[in-house]
Ligand binder design. Structure first.
Ligand SMILES: *[C@@H]1O[C@H](CO)[C@@H](O)[C@H](O)[C@H]1NC(C)=O
Ligand SMILES: *[C@@H]1O[C@H](CO)[C@@H](O)[C@H](O)[C@H]1NC(C)=O
Ligand SMILES: *[C@@H]1O[C@H](CO)[C@@H](O)[C@H](O)[C@H]1NC(C)=O
Ligand SMILES: *[C@@H]1O[C@H](CO)[C@@H](O)[C@H](O)[C@H]1NC(C)=O
Ligand SMILES: *[C@@H]1O[C@H](CO)[C@@H](O)[C@H](O)[C@H]1NC(C)=O
Ligand SMILES: *[C@@H]1O[C@H](CO)[C@@H](O)[C@H](O)[C@H]1NC(C)=O
Ligand SMILES: *[C@@H]1O[C@H](CO)[C@@H](O)[C@H](O)[C@H]1NC(C)=O
Ligand SMILES: *[C@@H]1O[C@H](CO)[C@@H](O)[C@H](O)[C@H]1NC(C)=O
Ligand SMILES: *[C@@H]1O[C@H](CO)[C@@H](O)[C@H](O)[C@H]1NC(C)=O
Ligand SMILES: *[C@@H]1O[C@H](CO)[C@@H](O)[C@H](O)[C@H]1NC(C)=O
Length: 744
């Protein structure tokens, strides 16, 4: 049942047209900055401003010495498009304290006036619009404010920029819990610290027509206060940011330009776009084989079967415990034979001292340490653990060798990177998993890596962990490193800006199984998509708290699964509750079922229907991924992307009105409005006003299930929403959608 024979017809957007109406004539100045850069020296401080990428500027600020250029960076140098590649710190203008200078790259102008930096967009008629300035006033902290560390050359920094009270700010990564239902982040403070479900990415788009990205993996926070946007980082050697511009409302252009400097998502293999089966946890080979047999017998398509944590004996083994998994080769082959599915295994970054890998890794210095001595970063399942130091290339190589020996060479090709949020095992507290002493309010251990401290580089730890798998895929499959398609994938709980360049997908972590959290996932998903990461999914059903034996749990599961049909990946996972007791012979061996047939006979009929629909939609999903690859075009789209001409969308987004922010576009032609109220029979759906381009194509909103035509939008309609009919509307024709022909 592998999806090997899909016939595809794709209409890719032309480069220039995708930049939207109103953009300047790009062919003329797109690759033509009028200067190689500016250096401002202000006593000990140096500021470099250089053209980089399409309509972009890179700014680097350092104290006492020039940046080395080897600091951790998520920018591709050279960028995929645009100027500035391999330029080092080159500049042809040097100005003093309070100096003046102007530099242009495409439609972006950077201007220093009395030493204060501002950015402008130039429109096609030559007019300039101010985007942001460094924030100054007669009595305020300097816009570029530093506090030097007393031991090292590093410093803490706060950088402030102007903002208007009515500006809207989108992106900033994934905040997938639980009260945060925002798409517009204005007014918020976002902690730049990774943990379970919280993947803050220091990048945002503004409705004023710019995107700003802080190319720094340090911990800190982003503050979006009424007058000022401020980045605060705990430790840095250099403050490094990038800004680009497009006409206001042209978010696809901003994404195209942003992914030109941070990377484009390689297209996933076809199989992973099907249905993915996972739970906490299948704990022996027999269970996996009976699972595959059941999918085969029930004739339900499945594309990926996942083995969760503690299939190992000791943390850090990165291999199966042979007692329960005696024949991985045979198992993977049998699963493939029965279902066509690939397999995936979980790996954790924690290493305990009973693991065979502990001593060699300790000897070779491949484990993260702590600045206060013992090296222990966390505790889980009754043992203290340390993290593999994936910031060290030798550690990445070590890890891959184990993964290859244990799994990849045995036919299990896909890897689930769990708990590798960095610093600890990834909760906002330490002592993860110790029930009696849970939630001690230590923010983090003093983790220290090959590349630096948790404070300075911690946010790039998960990204480098992803890179270990990526390098491994490339080394083992001899793939061309610049290849734009993947054979296999990793799944990850965290990432950093630019993570979209990997054969990897992010999921929203350990969510609660609640109706309100189902809705909250929409704002999490569209926000991380607006940060460049469209390769995203979640736990269908939520991770924790769903009782399979209750009506309410079953209803929640079906509602969530229906939404999962219309996500980049359709993945069922969770730690379920049920009437079957835990198996005491195994650690966390929850025996509760979480399969399509586990939710009652009536629901099984519905679940089968949704899974079949997913397979029908695979050509469309594949087309969306191809557009993402070609130009960074976002897949899970907040409504402000396609309908920023509709005042109800703009106003609703401004205040994060649930009526607006709990709907999304799945690609440019499908509007999804998941039901997130228990017991609901109908749903009120706001249909956005169609754009002129959509109307010119004779598009109207058509209800997916009844085929009723609801016109060109601008009103709220009420539709029936039984369990087997998630409220969905489409534009264009279903034939085109099912054949992967995207028309807009
Ligand atoms: C853009 O500039 C190029 C080169 O100057 C010119 O040939 C082309 O006609 C221009 N296109 C538009 C739409 O102005
Ligand atoms: C910058 O320009 C202003 C006027 O625009 C001028 O007063 C000032 O002297 C200039 N600064 C330098 C260092 O040239
Ligand atoms: C570069 O462009 C800016 C903005 O158009 C202009 O003010 C500046 O004088 C130009 N610099 C050079 C060296 O041509
Ligand atoms: C130039 O174009 C911008 C953006 O389209 C517009 O806001 C402005 O009014 C125009 N200015 C003139 C002088 O036409
Ligand atoms: C596998 O788990 C099942 C419970 O689902 C149990 O009955 C069986 O004995 C286990 N097999 C092995 C080899 O542990
Ligand atoms: C991949 O191969 C290169 C070249 O042999 C090596 O330097 C690198 O460490 C390998 N990466 C991994 C993760 O094994
Ligand atoms: C991966 O495993 C295969 C099969 O054992 C072996 O041929 C290959 O050399 C291994 N590669 C690495 C990088 O360990
Ligand atoms: C299963 O998937 C295949 C494509 O791999 C598709 O042709 C078939 O219709 C699907 N079956 C069902 C029941 O959805
Ligand atoms: C949107 O907000 C503006 C400004 O508050 C208001 O004038 C306008 O009537 C609102 N439009 C809609 C459709 O809500
Ligand atoms: C839209 O409909 C009109 C009237 O039926 C027709 O003339 C036109 O060709 C259609 N346009 C498209 C893009 O299908």
């Amino acid at each position: 049942m592998r999806l090997l024979t899909l016939v595809m017809q794709i209409v890719l957007p032309l480069f220039v047209s995708s930049l939207g109406a109103g953009a300047a004539n790009l062919t003329e100045d797109y690759f033509q900055p009028n200067s190689t850069g500016i250096k401002l020296q202000n006593g000990f401080e140096r500021l470099f401003i250089q053209p980089f990428g399409p309509h972009g500027m890179r700014v680097r600020a350092s104290l006492m010495r020039d940046p080395t250029g080897t600091e951790s960076s998520a920018l591709l140098d050279p960028p995929i498009e645009g100027p500035g590649g391999n330029a080092g710190l080159s500049h042809d203008l040097a100005i003093p304290f309070k100096g003046n200078a102007t530099i242009r790259n495409g439609n972006l102008v950077a201007e220093l006036s009395f030493g204060i930096l501002s950015f402008f967009r130039v429109s096609s008629n030559g007019s300039r619009t101010l985007l942001i300035s460094e924030y100054t006033d007669t009595k305020t902290l300097p816009a570029r404010y530093y506090r030097q560390d007393f031991r090292a050359g590093s410093f803490a920094a706060e950088f402030s920029f102007t903002s208007d009270a009515d500006e809207q700010i989108y992106g900033v990564g994934q905040q997938a819990c639980c009260k945060d239902n925002s798409v517009n982040k204005k007014g918020q403070v976002v902690d730049l610290i990774n943990y379970n479900s919280h993947v803050p990415l220091p990048v945002f788009m503004s409705n004023k027509g710019y995107l700003q990205f802080f190319n720094m993996p340090g911990q800190g926070r982003l503050e979006f206060s009424p007058l000022r946007t401020r980045l605060a980082v705990d430790e840095a050697f250099v403050v490094d940011y990038w800004i680009t511009t497009a006409e206001p409302g042209d978010y696809d252009a901003l994404q195209e330009q942003f992914t030109a400097v941070t990377g484009r998502q390689p297209t996933p293999p076809d199989f992973i776009l099907g249905y993915q089966q996972s739970k906490l946890r299948y704990y022996n080979e027999t269970q996996i084989l009976s699972l595959a047999q059941r999918f085969h017998d029930e004739q339900v398509n499945v594309s990926l079967i996942v083995v969760d944590f503690f299939a190992w004996k000791f943390q850090g083994d990165w291999s199966f415990n042979p007692e329960f998994w005696p024949d991985p080769v045979g198992m993977a082959a049998k699963v493939k034979e029965l279902t066509g599915a690939e397999m995936m295994v979980s790996l954790w970054p924690s290493v305990e001292d009973l693991s065979v890998n502990y001593i060699p890794m300790q000897e070779q210095g491949l484990l993260a340490i702590t600045r206060d001595g013992p090296g222990v970063q966390d505790s889980f399942a009754g043992v203290y653990t340390r993290l593999i130091d994936s910031t060290n290339p030798a550690a990445r190589q070590f890890l891959w060798k184990r993964l290859n020996d244990s799994y990849f060479s045995k036919g299990i090709h896909n890897f689930w990177i769990d708990q590798a949020d960095g610093g600890t095992l990834g909760e906002p507290f330490e002592n993860n998993g110790q029930d009696t002493i849970n939630s001690l309010p230590y923010a983090r251990s003093f983790a220290q890596y090959f590349l630096g401290t948790q404070e300075k580089v911690g946010k790039i730890y998960p990204w480098l962990h992803q890179q270990a798998i990526e390098e491994g895929f490339q080394n083992l499959t001899q793939a061309d490193p610049s290849s734009s398609s993947c054979q296999y994938m990793s799944l990850t709980r965290s990432t950093f800006v630019g993570g979209q360049r990997f054969c990897s997908y992010l999921w929203s972590g350990d969510t609660s199984s609640r109706f309100d959290v189902l809705a909250q996932q929409i704002t999490a998903g569209v926000s991380v998509a607006a940060s460049g990461i469209s390769s995203w999914t979640l736990d269908i059903g939520g991770f924790t708290g769903l009782n399979v034996d209750t009506d309410s749990g079953r209803e929640l599961f079906v509602r969530w699964l229906a939404m999962g049909v219309f996500l980049p990946y359709m993945r069922v996972h969770g730690d379920r509750d049920c009437n079957i007791p835990l198996d005491p012979s195994q650690f966390l061996a929850n025996q509760c079922p979480n399969e399509p047939w586990s939710y009652g006979d009536d629901n099984f009929v519905i679940i089968k229907k949704y899974i079949a629909l997913r397979y029908q939609l695979v050509p469309y999903v594949k087309a969306l991924f191809q557009m993402l690859q070609a130009s960074g075009r976002t897949i899970m789209r907040p409504l402000y992307y396609d309908f920023n001409h509709d005042p109800s969308i703009i106003n609703g987004t401004a205040v994060n009105d649930p009526r607006i922010v709990h709907e999304y576009m799945f690609g440019p032609q499908i509007l999804v409005a998941p039901v997130s109220v228990e017991g609901a029979a109908t749903k009120d759906v706001y249909l956005p006003v169609l754009s002129d381009a959509m109307i010119a194509q004779n598009f109207t909103w058509t209800h997916w299930w009844s085929e009723k035509d609801f016109g060109t939008g601008g009103e709220t309609v009420t539709v029936n929403a039984p369990l087997d009919q998630i409220p969905v509307f489409y534009l264009g024709s279903k034939e085109d959608i099912f054949s992967g022909k995207v028309n807009i």
